[in-house]
Ligand binder design. Sequence first.
Ligand SMILES: [Zn+2]
Length: 285
Amino acid sequence: MKITFFTLITAAVLCTAACTNAIQSKLGNTELATSNNETVEPNLDGAGKKEATAAEILNKKEVPVLCYHQIRDWKVSDSKRAHDDIMPPAKFAEHMKMLADSGYHTILPDQLHDYLNYGTALPEKPIMITFDDTDLDQYTVGAKELKKNGFRGVFFIMTVSIGRPRYMNKAQIKELSDDGHVIASHTWNHKNFAQFTDEDWEVQIDKPSRTLEAITGKKVEYFAYPYGVFKASGLAKLKEHGIKAAFILSTKRDESYPMYTIRRIIDPGTYTARNLYNSINKSFK
Ligand SMILES: [Zn+2]
């Protein structure tokens, strides 16, 4: 008789002490049934695959994730602080080339999720490149430079801005998706997740996902918190709303929900390629 892992777990949970011995004999004394009749229940996903615990995820080597905003030349009117989020195109090109020359391979959120959750192998020197806020230059400059280096990226779209001047339109977002980049959610209008009301789950999460799914024809399963800010009490709910993993900035991951607090670092417009290289190695352990 073929006994699946899932059957055994179910049986072990339902079983009284009287049948523990029978299960143990079928298992051949594995770690599933302990000497004092307690069972260790793994997390199983919808398909019955074992999912990693929070502790296991936190113990894995972190994959570097970079975050970009605007990719354009600096203007006199820009504040010094704004230069963190404004990457001149020539510099962006140089940084992408440095990553390629250093042997980095870009991965996408499904790969990162499966690595963290199931231990699925990743290419050598994996890195993820992400863009927030829907800026048009991410399409005109960002995607072009990614392509030159054989990279793919993730675009976290704030849906209110789609089609506005200086932002991407539907056709451009669809083209990125068709080219193998991932389109993900960054809320409707950049509302701080920590301030979500009950209605915001529909306005800021469900509706933007539907909007993006209608554009790309693909599921939206990843989310980036505006300002990188989250509240722990909202993390469990993201899963109920179809989100498989979510991204913060360089602050500490949540100990119970590391899949919903994946760290990213900003590559500031003030950095040299060497600064970026060092920052990647320092920030992701
Ligand atoms: Zn943002």
